[in-house]
Write a protein that binds this ligand. Structure first.
Ligand code: SF4
Ligand code: SF4
Length: 294
């Protein structure tokens, strides 16, 4: 069966991309379905460093931005009043009115508000979606343009490419904000990556709170395991959160990672562990479907 698995973490640098990219290669060719990869960490997509796909195409993600013609404008101020993003600057006394593009959310309210036909629209690129081929698997990467504050439309454009029949590994942005919620929306399972430190536990708690609100089913991977930090294990037990896998901290792994190498290339045990984890995830999803939670 096709499965959409998002990989998330409460903060950057926890090992989210390590888990997602290694999981991709651990499953590729080992499961019946095609395995695809989606990089939704659109502010800083770096999965490509490990996936090394062949670029096939690149498309702009476009939105419409209003353009105001000061010659037609009567400076009635209706558009300024309607704009919740405060993206229109009007100084009636000197006849100046303009849209501040970086603040505009493309909601279209100003066009609706204007009775004088002074507002038209122009397309604006928010970012790019790139398609790569990795030996028959699809790797889709999104990247927002520098200075663009709106990641969600680019994430939506990446997720539009998901094939329900394939196993899709979806690398989420770090944190608990809107881009993360957009990424995990409509996925079958979320892997939350954490580390056994007080900071890791703090961010994990925020993440758990967020994911419980989105209604996704999820489990935890502990990266850099080996430090005796009981509070984390106690938290998982108390909250009844499945521990899917522990990846031990090893100096060699850190060195390989810094060279853009996959951990599973040097660690068969990890490859087996990721396959085992996938089976556990399948089990959780099947059970949730039976119970009507999905
Ligand atoms: S499209 Fe929406 S956000 Fe943009 S300027 Fe008009 S009202 Fe403001
Ligand atoms: S609503 Fe139209 S006419 Fe009024 S200030 Fe805005 S652009 Fe000008």
């Amino acid at each position: 069966m096709g499965l959409k698995i998002a990989v998330a973490s409460g903060k950057g640098g926890t090992g989210k991309t390590t888990v997602s990219t290694n999981l991709f290669f651990a499953l590729k060719g080992k499961v019946e379905e095609r395995v695809d990869f989606f990089d939704c960490d659109v502010e800083e997509p770096n999965s490509g460093i490990f996936l090394k796909g062949n670029l096939e195409s690149e498309k702009d993600v476009l939105t419409n931005i209003p353009v105001i013609d000061p010659q037609k404008c009567t400076f009635c101020g209706r558009c300024v009043h309607y704009c919740e993003a405060h993206a229109i600057l009007m100084v009636k006394e000197i006849g100046h009115i303009a849209v501040m593009e970086d603040l505009c959310t493309s909601c279209g309210a100003c066009i609706y508000a204007c009775n004088d036909g002074a507002i038209t629209e122009k397309p604006k690129s928010l970012g790019k979606v790139r398609h790569y081929d990795i030996d028959g698997s699809r790797f889709i990467e999104g990247e927002i343009n520098i200075g663009t504050a709106f990641a969600t439309p680019v994430i939506k454009a990446v997720k539009k490419e998901i094939d329900d029949k394939a196993v899709s590994i979806i690398d989420s942005p770090p944190g608990t904000s809107c881009p993360v919620i957009e990424t995990v929306h409509n996925t079958d399972f979320v892997i939350v990556v954490t580390e056994p430190t007080p900071f890791g536990l703090h961010d994990l708690k925020l993440m758990v709170e967020t994911i419980r609100q989105t209604g996704n089913i999820f489990g935890v991977v502990i990266n850099k395991a080996g430090f005796a930090y009981d509070e984390l294990y106690n938290f998982l037990k108390k909250e009844n959160i499945p521990l899917l896998l522990e990846i031990p901290f090893e100096r060699e792994s850190a060195k390989n990672y810094s060279h853009g190498e996959l951990l599973i290339k040097h660690d068969n045990k990890l490859s087996d562990g990721l396959l085992e984890m996938y089976k556990k995830i399948q089990g959780h999803v099947t059970m949730a479907k039976k119970e009507g939670a999905l």
